[in-house]
Design a protein around this ligand. Structure first.
Ligand code: 5SP
Ligand code: CO
Length: 217
């Protein structure tokens, strides 16, 4: 059974009004606040750093889900925890010693997640599944909000769901990129537990209602 969690991506929020945007999320049905950290090396974009994360955390009443799109995650894990991370996800291709990194995330007290890019097979995750709490499937290429959902993600979710059910059914399956009201229902039916939505939530006329609608998808 899908857990139907929604994590609005703060990347699409109005940064001139951080407090109001976080308060909107606090009063919504959002389950997590998704925080996209980009280093301009692993992905061709730079988002924001820990002072901004601290500002979000200061007002947040929802748990924070940190998505690290960076080459060198290990030196920044403690900063994520201090900035409120309850989930930290790292890209499997970016981590030279992935097992070490996810083990360290758990030791620091957060849920550890591994992220897989659109071109990579879910079979690449087989050996790491016993050591993670969450798998994030990218449904766009990482680096930017507002991109088009990649349709082959549905099959990938179904494949991953089978693997997760065998390895550890507690593992959360999270999907990130181009999520909207047209694909959310099918993603949940395919086995996704948690959907990240940036533009679709924050650029809508009524973000709170949009979050509620996605949860019911
Ligand atoms: O990690 C990323 C992009 O790299 C995402 O979290 C986006 O921020 C989602 O934005 P939308 O595709 O929903 O606009
Ligand atoms: Co993200």
């Amino acid at each position: 059974m899908s857990r139907k969690l929604i994590a609005p991506s703060f990347l699409a929020a109005d940064f001139a009004n951080i407090q109001q945007e976080v308060e909107m999320l606090n009063s919504s049905e959002a389950d997590y606040i998704h925080i996209d950290i980009m280093d301009g090396v692993f992905v061709p974009n730079i988002s924001f750093g820990f002072p901004v994360c601290q500002a979000i955390h200061q007002h947040a009443k929802k748990p924070m889900d940190f998505h690290l799109m960076i080459e060198h995650a290990d030196p920044y894990l403690e900063d994520c925890i201090k900035a409120g991370a309850e989930i930290i996800t790292v890209h499997e291709e970016a981590c030279r010693h992935l097992h070490r990194t996810v083990t360290e995330i758990r030791r620091l007290g957060a849920k550890a997640g591994v992220v897989i890019n659109p071109h990579r097979p879910v079979s690449a995750l087989e050996e790491i599944l016993p050591y993670v709490d969450l798998v994030l499937l990218m449904s766009v290429n990482p680096g930017f909000g507002g991109q088009k959902f990649i349709e082959t993600t549905f099959d990938k979710v179904r494949k991953l769901k089978k693997m997760v059910d065998q390895a550890n059914p507690e593992i959360i399956i999270e999907i990130d990129g181009g999520v909207n009201d047209k694909n959310a229902g099918e993603l949940f039916n395919a086995g996704a537990d948690m959907l990240v939505a940036g533009s679709f939530v924050f650029k809508s006329d009524d973000p709170r209602q949009t979050i509620s609608n996605l949860k019911k998808a």
